[in-house]
Design a protein around this ligand. Structure first.
Ligand SMILES: Cc1ncc(C[n+]2csc(CCOP(=O)(O)OP(=O)(O)O)c2C)c(N)n1
Ligand SMILES: [Mg+2]
Length: 620
């Protein structure tokens, strides 16, 4: 009777399930297992420097490739470090497989003082579709198969498996492998279940849309998860329905598409505000209405909107908005069903829809011109908008994929991003957690097989995982990093400027030369302090075949105008408690911001927040 140990059982299970990439770290207790996995699982193993980064790399790989990926770490703190990354994957519905070692003794639910005895798996519980713990090698094949199935069924999301080291060392009869299917293809793309809508909810949705005067499609990250962009573009384009996207939906429809109202969420400024204030019927597809999108509620969204909510996760229905119609099903399948129903009935856009669409496009054009002109002004230091424009150009010229990280930096990147494809922009918008940029860039680059990846990051966020520059260099990945170096956690500093009389708490970052840091890791780099150097920097970056970094010094007095909208939705409750006198004093203390910047912001308040825009309304 042939016997194999638990590590080998795990390797065979990984092979059978087609988990082709494992992200891990070098750590005590892991080496032996990792060696077995490298030799027997058929998976490629990648090493990060810490467990948070390893998890984010696995997530980045899975997002971009839509293929299976796992993170593997040791126990205790090493396992807990996974939770930050697993939470991002959960919020953005990524079917990540999280594996950690756990104590051999059963958890005592924190009753004792032994840090080794706490219930590690319980910490994962709120952010995984399934969690399990195995203490015998015989349990491994079924447990891992369950994890994989749970991560892909319905609403995708991470699953977590705790493995006792004893289970890896113990031996079992080889027959335990009989449960496993023949090896699955590690390069197979994970498809969501194509669940169609029932005819009742579909017909209710169709009737609502047909009766609308100002319809709007609101596309979330679920459109990308369902690979539904083509279906979305066909429905919007052929029947004349304008589309807005959430931040997670960035790229679901290219921002330069004639039916896209512009950049995602509030970065589309007055266009987005007008669309969500004035629309009468909103077809929300794969969108959860998070705080970033103002919960879909007044005062920023119209109070009398009829919502149709399409999702494959019934738990999101009615959480924030109260939809008139909930359509349970796969986003792509439902969009195709709607398309067929409209085309079968010979439906074409009524005149009111055309006028509505043209009005939104006028707003979009006006906003783009205002943003571009402002960024190109003769500023002493390069304006962040100028950097974003350069980055956009680089992206098109290099056919690059964009990874975003930071606070204001993503708002700039999203405002200026040219026609992104659905798999071209990556940021964990679900949790809006900083610090994933460098590790995500690693995962995305490994998934993108030689295509250039461009990381646009705030300086604060860049520092979270700066040691992974070594991983980028070691693997010689084609990653171009643009650091928006404003010496500040500026999204937060801006609040302290505007509402708290410039009392800065932890938001000033010392002036730092990130080009020197990159060079220290052996990565070619260049520092830009003047807008005129930008072209040269792009040329320098384009000339590198491996990694490269451009450190762009910008002025922290610049703020993206759409930050005002995000502030309103994110801090609405707390902002109502502010002392108006202190706010006025803060504004006065910020007079060094200068007239041009104040005017730019005032324009935004008038056009976007107050909706005073008579020229565009009349079509001038
Ligand atoms: C993990 C995490 N910690 C804190 C925050 C809160 N936060 C949002 S934006 C921001 C500042 C980001 O600074 P930087 O990366 O330099 O980007 P900038 O806003 O300056 O462009 C902070 C701390 C967060 N979103 N995620
Ligand atoms: Mg910054």
């Amino acid at each position: 009777m042939a016997r194999i140990n638990g590590s080998q059982v795990l390797a065979q299970s990984i092979k059978a399930l087609g988990i082709g990439r494992i992200f891990t770290v070098r750590a005590p207790g892991l080496d032996e297992l990792v060696e077995v996995l490298e030799q027997e699982s058929g998976a490629q193993v990648f090493f990060a420097h810490d467990e948070v980064a390893a998890t984010l790399m696995a997530d980045g790989f899975a997002r971009r490739s839509r293929k299976a990926a796992a993170v593997l770490t040791g126990a205790w703190g090493r396992a807990l470090a996974q939770v930050a990354g697993v939470t991002n994957a959960w919020a953005d519905r990524v079917p990540l497989i999280a594996i950690s070692l756990c104590p051999d003794v059963g958890p005592d639910n924190n009753r004792g003082w032994n840090r080794a005895d706490f219930d590690q798996g319980a910490v994962f519980a709120p952010v995984v579709s399934w969690r399990g713990r195995v203490s015998l090698p015989e349990q491994i094949p079924k447990a891992l198969a369950k994890a994989v199935m749970a991560s892909r069924a319905g609403r995708m999301g991470p699953a977590h498996l705790d493995i006792c080291p004893g289970a890896l060392k113990a031996s079992a009869d080889e027959k335990v492998l009989a449960f496993l299917l023949p090896p699955a293809d590690p390069d197979a793309v994970i498809e969501p279940a194509r669940i169609p809508a029932d005819s009742t909810s579909l017909n209710q949705a169709i009737a609502l849309i047909k009766n609308a005067k100002k319809p709007l499609i609101f596309a979330g990250g679920g459109v990308k998860a369902s690979a539904a962009s083509q279906a979305l573009i066909a429905l919007a384009g052929d029947f004349g329905i304008p589309v807005a996207t959430s931040m997670s939906g960035i790229g679901a429809i290219p921002s330069d598409s004639p039916f896209c109202i512009g950049a995602p969420s509030y970065t589309a400024g007055e266009t987005f505000h007008a669309a969500i204030r004035e629309a009468d019927v909103v077809l929300a597809v794969g969108a959860a209405f998070s705080g970033l999108e103002g919960f879909g509620l007044p005062p920023i969204w119209g109070a009398y909107i009829a919502f149709i909510h399409v999702d494959n996760d019934p738990l999101v229905f009615g959480v924030n908005v109260s939809p008139q119609v909930c359509v349970f099903g796969d986003v792509r399948t439902v969009l195709e069903q709607l398309y067929q129903a409209f085309s079968k009935s010979g439906f074409s856009a009524p005149a009111a829809w055309k006028a509505w669409h043209e009005y939104l496009m006028r707003l979009k054009k006006g906003r783009k011109k205002r943003l571009d002109d402002f960024a190109k002004k003769n500023w002493a230091k390069p304006h962040q908008g100028r950097l974003a424009l350069a980055v956009g150009r680089f992206m098109i010229e290099q056919d690059a994929i964009m990874v975003i990280d930071g606070g204001n930096t993503p708002l700039y990147a999203a405002s200026y991003a040219p026609g992104l494809a659905p798999d071209q922009a990556f940021f964990p918008f679900g949790m809006a957690a900083l610090g994933g940029g460098v590790p995500y860039a690693v995962g995305v680059a490994l998934a993108a097989r030689g295509r250039r990846v461009m990381l646009v990051t705030g300086d604060g966020s860049f520092l979270y995982a700066v040691q992974e520059l070594e991983t980028i260099r070691r693997l010689n990945l084609p990653v171009t990093i643009f650091v928006n170096n404003d010496s500040a956690w500026n999204m937060i500093k801006a609040m302290q400027d505007s509402f708290f009389e410039c009392r800065y708490v932890g938001t000033c970052i010392p002036e730092t030369d990130y080009a020197k840091i990159a060079k220290g890791f052996g990565i070619p780099a260049m520092r830009v302090t003047k807008a005129a150097q930008m072209d040269k920097a792009l040329e320098f970056a384009a000339g590198q075949s491996g990694p490269v970094l451009v450190d762009c010094v910008t002025d922290c007095k610049n703020l993206p105008d759409s930050l005002l909208s995000f502030t309103l939705v994110e801090f609405e409750g707390s902002l109502t408690q502010l002392d108006p006198k202190k706010v006025l004093k803060s504004l006065w203390m910020n007079r060094s911001m200068g007239l041009a910047r104040s005017r730019h912001m005032a324009d935004y308040v008038r056009k976007a927040i107050l909706g005073i825009n008579p020229r565009q309304k009349r079509g001038l």
